[in-house]
Design a protein around this ligand. Structure first.
Ligand code: HEM
Length: 406
């Protein structure tokens, strides 16, 4: 019994010894592996791709060789080579997709920053700036009223086709503007409110609408251009209109104007030119890598003393197109917000021109006296203090409501 117990305890001791030997052996093996891993790390790290945001100035070694042993001439050649790759040097490829010749397009990061941070920031400053300016103008000036009140007689200002062109352009622009704003601000502003799923579906629909409604906008732009071009050629009356600030800041001033005043002409040309530009850059985005419009445009601008890059990679063309499309879109929104204000709540009687196509005679004589004279003949009240011609207020000679006599 005693022998049994003793032999069992000897066995237990030898068992403990053997298990501690195993543990020691395992530890030693682990330590050895760890040692080899640690010592091998600097060499293997050279073959592992660094994280995307890693910044290094070291030239990569040739075929895994120890950089310390690489001759300095070879090092310099390597550095030049990779510097070239980093700065977007274009090589030759035999596959059809020539874009693959550019391995690294470093300007892409700069572009991303501008597109996702700078453009939205300055765009929101501009949009809120315009809204603030209009609200201030409204508070100070109030609604611009018809000085002589409504006459009750109307004349045709725009034909059906003119209004059709205007509303095609206007409605499509508003849809394009809202869906475009969603592409610039939606992720920050709407996604937290709507949730990711709803925002994703809404944005997919918005993008689809944006792509197709663009063609309606272009059609409206062309119709408006064709019908209104002849009324938007500058003339001498425009100088006086501009000098008097369009009478916007004084209740008694109505500078002379034909069918369109100088302010409207400026708006017309801004919309036509920026509309053309946004359409071209939109087409470049809709049919990627098919057009090169920025290289030739920059070359043309360089003739006038600019120093812009002309040999653009195709991906750079796309980047410029996306950025320019956003800038012009925001610019157009700013001017069109001001236009919508003056064409609706900002001026009494203005909306009718695009609503029914008929405007009140007194409105026509005050805001477009030269045009009204062409259509209606001389103003019978001109000798009695016609506001439009003399720049003074008249006292309700048309028999209408003397709203603006205040
Ligand atoms: C709800 C939105 C809009 C309203 C209420 C509106 C209203 C008007 C009105 C009343 C006129 C005629 C002014 C006059 O008789 O002298 C006009 C003209 C015009 N509209 Fe609009 N408009 C709107 C949107 C747009 C948009 C989005 C564009 C362009 C994309 C646009 C471009 C023009 C142009 C080029 C003219 C002729 C020049 C001028 O009168 O300034 N409109 N609009």
């Amino acid at each position: 019994m005693i022998r049994n117990t003793a032999s069992r305890s000897i066995a237990a001791v030898s068992g403990e010894q053997s298990s501690s030997a195993v543990a020691t052996g395992t530890l030693a093996a682990l330590a050895t592996i760890l040692f080899f891993l640690i010592t091998a790390l600097p060499v293997s790290a050279q073959t592992v791709r660094p994280p995307d945001n890693a910044v290094t100035n070291a030239a990569p070694p040739q075929d895994g060789a120890n950089p310390a042993n690489v001759p300095s001439k070879v090092k310099t050649q390597n550095a030049d080579y990779w510097r070239g790759v980093r700065s977007g040097v274009r090589g030759n490829v035999s596959i059809p997709d020539k874009k693959a010749g550019v391995l690294v397009q470093s300007q892409g990061e700069e572009w991303r920053q501008t597109r996702t941070a700078v453009l939205p920031r300055y765009g929101s400053y501009a949009l809120f700036g315009v809204l603030f300016a209009l609200a201030t103008f409204y508070l100070i000036r109030g609604r611009i009223k018809i000085s002589r009140g409504l006459s009750g007689r109307t004349i045709e200002r725009f034909t059906d086709i003119e209004r059709m062109g205007h509303w095609l352009m206007a409605v499509s622009f508003i849809i394009l503007g809202l869906t475009g704003l969603n592409l610039i601000y939606g992720k920050e502003v709407l996604m937290p409110l709507l949730g990711k799923d709803l925002f994703a579906s809404m944005t997919a629909l918005g993008k689809w609408l944006h792509n197709y409604i663009a063609f309606a906008f272009m059609a409206g732009l062309v119709i408006s251009f064709v019908f209104w071009l002849r009324h938007n050629i500058p003339n001498s009356a425009d100088v006086r209109w501009l000098a008097e600030g369009g009478g916007m800041f004084s209740k008694s001033s109505h500078p002379p104007a034909r069918k369109f005043n100088a302010g409207q002409k400026i708006l017309f040309w801004l919309i036509m030119l920026s509309g053309l530009s946004i359409s071209l850059s939109g087409l470049a985005l809709l049919f990627p890598f098919q057009f090169s419009m920025f290289g030739p445009t920059f070359a043309l601008l360089n003739v006038f003393g600019f120093d812009l890059p002309t040999n653009l990679a195709r991906v750079e063309e796309m980047q410029y197109a996306a950025l320019w499309h956003g800038i012009v879109g925001l610019f157009m929104m700013c001017i069109i917000i001001a236009h919508i204000y003056i064409g609706s709540i900002g001026m009494e009687g203005a909306f009718d021109a695009m609503g029914s196509g008929q405007v009140d005679e007194n409105w026509a004589r005050e805001h477009h006296n030269l045009w009204a004279e062409e259509v209606l003949g001389p103003d019978p009240d001109a000798g009695h203090g016609n506001a439009a011609a003399s720049g003074e207020d008249a006292t309700n000679p048309g028999g209408g409501t003397p709203e603006a006599a205040t």
